[in-house]
Design a protein around this ligand. Sequence first.
Ligand SMILES: [Zn+2]
Length: 131
Amino acid sequence: MTYVCPVCGYNRLHEAPTDHAICPSCGTQFGYDDCTASHEELRDRWVANGARWWSPNTPPPPGWSAFEQLKRAGFVRAAEQLQDKTVEVQLPLGGGLIPSQRQSAAVILQGSWVGANSWSSSGNAQVQVAT
Ligand SMILES: [Zn+2]
């Protein structure tokens, strides 16, 4: 049984989004963060901060894209806001990396990039830049 995060649309939550479960995608702690803000407000905040994958311990699914995730969940306005912030960059390591290496590259890049979490077929990173 998996659940969908009502904030970011991540659809592989192992626990229902209640009782202090934390979404690895957006970092919302349910029953805590959503006591003081609506799910929509939390979503807007996540997108405004670049919609980065939150969990350092749970890696994103292969090919994870915050944009696709938002769109699939029906959060179209948030997806469009995020799209406005997205640019494609060439990774210094180039294409052809295995997913775990791509993940490492994204971490290294985080000094200068707000986020790097999805990947085009050419091996370039789609990054959400702060505006
Ligand atoms: Zn979430």
